[in-house]
Design a protein around this ligand. Structure first.
Ligand SMILES: Nc1ncnc2c1ncn2[C@@H]1O[C@H](COP(=O)(O)OP(=O)(O)OP(=O)(O)O)[C@@H](O)[C@H]1O
Length: 302
């Protein structure tokens, strides 16, 4: 269990990226959803001990230890696997050599043990056939799978993956998600993303972060139940009509479907003529939560 308590972070330029975020993250896949700039990467970097928050605490308890992460970052690092949003430059060495080198850095000194680790991981992430090719020449999906292999070195208890499927094509995304789903049972895996389907597909628990605050957390299925009977759909004919609806009711999303714009509205009863009820999806929940949290944050108008 990873426990975050009242985490805040203010960057040197005054940006408040985290604003009293508190969250309990149990064993298993945990989805952290939020729009661009919500504070996900800042939160992931704080948990990964790459930056210290301005205030708050982080505690990681697992079967073999209880770690005060901000006071004992080296203990956390020994049990952490981290796949950052962007690796930056990839060297022109083969996947095998790079993984071997990273295993040395993770403290796996014995040659035999290292060989076993590297070979097992390359097979696990399905890169065995291309192990001798330079990582610099890999496709986006192959790089992300390599990223998982390096994050799994040393059997970590806490794994953080930051926006892993952004930019992957559907087949690669599916392959990547299957790989994540197969990671061990007694591990906390935090998946930070703005792709709602990734969370819907993979995560029994989730939270939504917006403007540095945790605005909702729980089990996706139970959370979407709260929308029952409250999501309504209607096609709109023009931008002016859309603007009218947005002014009159809580429009949680509008998108093109088959060339027509369809709005989803959150309301306890049918909000007007032409609306039909729809089963609320996780995407509706996400948009509804963001719309409500924006409304709460907006200054009251007279
Ligand atoms: N080094 C920095 N200095 C100043 N402001 C920063 C810095 N890093 C991030 N920010 C700001 O902090 C806020 C949160 O950013 P963060 O990268 O944590 O969000 P995010 O949810 O990961 O977004 P994205 O999905 O776009 O990566 C944003 O307003 C961002 O501009």
């Amino acid at each position: 269990m990873l426990t975050l308590t009242d985490l805040s972070h203010v960057y040197a330029n005054g940006t408040r990226a985290l604003d009293g975020a508190s969250l309990e993250i149990p064993t298993g896949m945990f989805g952290l959803l939020g729009p661009n700039g919500a504070g996900k990467s800042t939160l992931m970097r704080c948990i990964a001990t790459l930056q210290a928050p301005s205030s708050g605490s982080i505690r990681f308890r697992h079967t073999e230890g209880d770690i005060d992460v901000l006071k004992e970052p080296e203990r956390l690092r020994a049990t952490l696997g981290y796949l950052p949003q962007d690796f930056g430059v990839y060297p022109r060495v083969s996947a095998y050599e790079l993984l071997d080198h990273l295993a040395v850095l993770k403290g796996i000194a014995g040659r035999g043990e290292r060989k076993d680790t590297v070979e097992t991981l390359l097979q696990q992430v399905n890169l065995w056939e291309v192990r001798k090719k330079a990582v610099a020449g890999y496709s986006g999906g192959m790089r992300q799978r390599f990223g998982v292999a390096q994050a799994l070195i040393g059997q970590p208890r806490l794994i953080i993956v930051d926006e892993p499927t952004a930019g992957l094509d559907p087949e690669e995304r599916n392959r990547f998600n299957n790989l994540l789903a197969a990671i061990g049972e007694n591990v906390v895996v935090i998946l930070s993303t703005h792709i709602v389907d990734d969370v819907a597909d993979l995560c029994p628990r989730m939270a939504i972060i917006n403007q540095g605050r945790i605005v909702l957390s729980g089990a996706p299925q139970q959370l979407t139940q709260t929308l029952r009977g409250r999501v309504w759909r209607r096609a709109v004919g023009s931008a002016a009509e859309l603007a009218e609806l947005q002014a009159a009711m809580l429009v949680i999303s509008h998108r093109l479907r088959g060339g027509r714009t369809v709005v989803h509205v959150l309301a306890d009863e049918a909000p007007g003529a032409g609306f039909e009820p729809v089963d609320g999806s996780l995407e509706d929940l996400y948009f509804a939560t963001l719309a409500q949290s924006r409304r709460a944050a907006a200054p009251a108008t007279a």
